[in-house]
Design a protein around this ligand. Structure first.
Ligand SMILES: [Fe+2]
Ligand SMILES: [Fe+2]
Length: 199
């Protein structure tokens, strides 16, 4: 059976400006953080945490783009790309994984982002990272934070339902950032020596 070509996939292939915006923020983060190391962790099913965060950034940027109110799209994308930057396997029951993960990982993601690239964070992107798990975390104080929280829930639901286009969109955006499979493999292997806060 011929697979249906999803509108979002087609848009990325054709040079969607929203996807381009996500690729360029991702390229900036790659230079100053270990964001690619998220490829070494599984988020849902066969989707890596890197693919998940890139999909959330794309969804959030689309929502921001369509908003009638003023939104800092750069903060939306940065916050979305780093919202799950906790860098451990949440499926394994450890001090940080297991049942407390859902409540605490927004804070861990922000700690890791502050460790790597505080100069790329704004009050709005910090809010998006910390509060994205609302109602398990506090309510987002900024419009940008609320957008990322909604986009995360939409993408997580779609991933859990196995919708096919999300991972393809994420892979196109990652490719558009200039990151190669070799860069990704290097970040995954070097993560141990990156010096993140111990938990
Ligand atoms: Fe999360
Ligand atoms: Fe997420």
């Amino acid at each position: 059976m011929k697979r249906r070509k999803w509108a979002h996939e087609r848009a990325v292939v054709d040079g969607d400006p929203v996807a381009d915006a996500v690729s360029s923020v991702l390229a900036r983060l790659i230079k100053d953080s270990h964001v690619l190391a998220m490829a070494g962790f599984v988020q849902h099913g066969s989707v890596s945490t890197l693919q998940h965060t890139v999909s959330v950034a794309y969804m959030a940027a689309m929502l921001a783009h369509r908003s009638r109110k003023a939104v800092d799209i750069d903060s939306v994308i940065t916050g979305a790309l780093l919202h799950d930057y906790y860098l451990y396997d949440w499926h394994v029951k450890t001090k940080v994984g297991g049942r407390w993960h859902a409540f605490k990982h927004g804070r861990y993601a922000l700690e890791n982002a502050e460790h790597d690239c505080p100069h790329l964070l704004t009050r709005r992107s910090r809010d998006a990272i910390t509060a994205h798990m609302f109602p398990l975390a506090r309510f987002p104080r900024t419009r940008e934070g609320r957008i990322v929280s909604v986009a995360d829930k939409m993408v997580s639901t779609a991933e859990a339902a196995g919708l096919p286009w999300l991972a393809d969109v994420a892979d196109s955006i990652i490719e558009g950032s200039g990151a190669t499979p070799c860069d990704i493999g290097r970040e995954v292997t070097m993560l141990e020596s990156a010096g993140f806060p111990e938990r």
